[in-house]
Design a protein around this ligand. Structure first.
Ligand SMILES: Cc1cc2nc3c(=O)[nH]c(=O)nc-3n(C[C@H](O)[C@H](O)[C@H](O)COP(=O)(O)OP(=O)(O)OC[C@H]3O[C@@H](n4cnc5c(N)ncnc54)[C@H](O)[C@@H]3O)c2cc1C
Length: 484
């Protein structure tokens, strides 16, 4: 079962989990209209693993696990492993136009990273390292789909967790038994939680202070664990709309959720760190998870930006503006954005180094961090370009493309035709653009790209603090100054 099909993924979802939508307990998430499209798109990703065109890249024989596994689980030991991982991420991202940021590969590679750095967890306690490795083997063997929830509710940002007016709101340990930890409280934002198999919890940002020990925990549990409730945001999926009218929102709306843990038992073999602020504050950096997860997120972003660039180009062609000097400049800038993000993964692979502690080949962190820092700048820039190219044409569209077959079809055709394109085809293009930049789905994506790598100010400060080539450049400058 190590490489699942879409059908096997779907069958796993009907497991009694407690998912709430609009005040109702959802009985079967795979069949629930607001989730159905995202579930189906995720199932298709699993099916791609069995497609002869992609099988060799998307899956790999694993001596460590003892069978064939999905590529993201592979712990990379060569540059070739890294290249193949990136190619696998790109195949999945292309299946969703880069619109499903939390496809299973993201957390699968995160768990591979944690298992690869078992020494970090062993420093804390040998049992914690054993738990991480055996959990990684479990999800790799069963090809499971994880969601994750890092953040506490947005309470009072000026206060530590234990100093909030109600310190029981953020998720914390309330008891320890011979079977495991009892955790209680709330975490957010778990994208894809309603239809993921399991949830990985660890707290972010890693700035824990004395007194916050009860909140400093890393663990994983199945989504149908007793006491675990998933509370969903409104779906932005175009439930009643056709794929032509809502090309992206009818297929790729990942649901974001808050997760409530009501006296949940986390068995000891699923506890990776607990009540330890010192290790928790080190984990994000010292587990080296960022190197492997940012490799996936930048590959996904390259696909999404490339998709937007092509859309901008096709729109300029549709309205005959491609040769206008400001449009040519804009298209060049869009290309530059795509290429910078594309280069981050390749540059990170080229500059990858083996960690002598575990023999793992890590892509270069600083090359990847450039992509995480610039994504939130480039994505809104490309959205802005879409709006500039489309102008009012983005809003003057028929309710449905089927109207072209109605008695007003001829008038629509005449009113919507473009430079060298029929009214119908131009309306299709512009409806796609509206889904990207004007729909609720599009607004969620703008927020996602701004936030998915964490709050940007903290990200940038961390990039500078940790910059490994700082001394190289500073010494170069100092030598030059000395020579004057
Ligand atoms: C669409 C979407 C999907 C996401 N999916 C996931 C997911 O799958 N899993 C997951 O774990 N997370 C997910 N996230 C969460 C994401 O990582 C966070 O949104 C991001 O880290 C920012 O945190 P925040 O939302 O708490 O915003 P905040 O950190 O609350 O930021 C809001 C504002 O508060 C300010 N601020 C922050 N800290 C302080 C302070 N101490 N004092 C004063 N001001 C402060 C910030 O500068 C900012 O202006 C998702 C987010 C989005 C938008």
């Amino acid at each position: 079962m190590a490489v699942r099909t879409g059908q096997q993924f779907l069958e796993g979802l009907n497991d009694g989990r407690e998912v709430w939508y609009d005040g109702q307990w959802v009985p079967n998430v795979a069949e629930f209209a607001p989730f159905k499209a995202a579930v189906k798109s995720t199932a298709k990703l699993y099916d791609l693993q069995h497609d002869p065109r992609f099988r060799e890249v998307l899956t790999v024989e694993s001596p460590a696990i003892g069978e064939r596994i999905a590529r993201p689980y592979e712990i990379p030991r060569t540059r070739d492993h890294l290249r193949l991982k990136r190619e696998a991420y790109v195949i999945w991202a292309e299946a969703t136009c880069g619109m499903m940021g939390r496809s299973p590969d993201f957390l699968n590679v995160m768990m591979a990273a944690l298992a690869a750095k078992k020494s970090f967890f062993a420093e804390c306690a040998p049992a914690r390292a054993e738990a991480v490795v055996s959990y990684y083997q479990h999800i790799a063997k069963h090809d499971l789909f994880l969601t994750h929830a890092l953040l506490d509710p947005q309470l009072d940002k000026g206060k530590a967790r234990h100093q909030q007016s109600d310190p029981s709101i953020p998720l914390r340990v309330i008891d320890r038994t011979k079977d495991g930890l009892i955790v209680h409280g709330i975490k957010r934002i778990a994208t894809a939680a309603p239809y993921a198999d399991e949830i990985l919890v660890w707290p972010f940002p890693p700035t824990f202070q004395a007194g916050e020990e009860a909140y400093a925990n890393v663990f994983a549990v199945p989504m149908n664990t007793k006491g675990l409730k998933t509370l969903c945001r409104p779906s932005f999926a175009a439930v009643d709309g056709s794929r032509a009218d809502h090309p992206l929102s009818s297929q790729f709306d990942e649901i974001d959720a808050t997760v409530v843990f009501d006296h949940v038992l986390v068995p000891w073999d699923r506890v990776f760190l607990h009540e330890d602020i010192r290790f928790l504050n080190r984990m994000y950096r010292d587990s080296r998870m960022r190197e492997l997860t940012a490799h996936q997120t930048n590959a996904r972003l390259e696909v999404k930006l490339g998709f937007l660039y092509a859309l901008i180009l096709r729109m300029t062609e549709a309205i005959g503006s491609t040769q206008k000097s400001d449009m040519m400049e804009m298209l060049g800038e869009a290309v530059a954005c795509v290429e910078v993000i594309r280069s981050t993964t390749r540059s990170a692979e080229e500059q990858a180094t083996v960690d002598p502690e575990n023999g793992v080949m890590y892509p270069d962190l600083f090359a990847l961090q450039a992509g995480r820092a610039l994504g939130p700048v480039y994505y809104p820039k490309l959205l802005d370009m879409l709006k500039r190219v489309g102008g009012g044409g983005l809003i003057q569209l028929p309710v449905s493309l089927s109207e072209f077959n109605s008695p007003i079809g001829a008038e629509l055709e005449r009113s919507l035709r473009g430079a060298d394109i029929s009214g119908r085809d131009k309306a299709q293009l512009f409806k796609l653009a509206w889904d990207v930049c004007g729909s609720e789905f599009g607004a969620r994506h703008a927020l996602y790209e701004m936030n998915y790598a964490g709050e940007r100010g903290a990200l940038l400060a961390g990039i500078h603090r940790e910059y490994g080539r700082k001394q190289h450049y500073v010494q170069y400058l100092d030598k030059f100054l000395e020579s004057l």
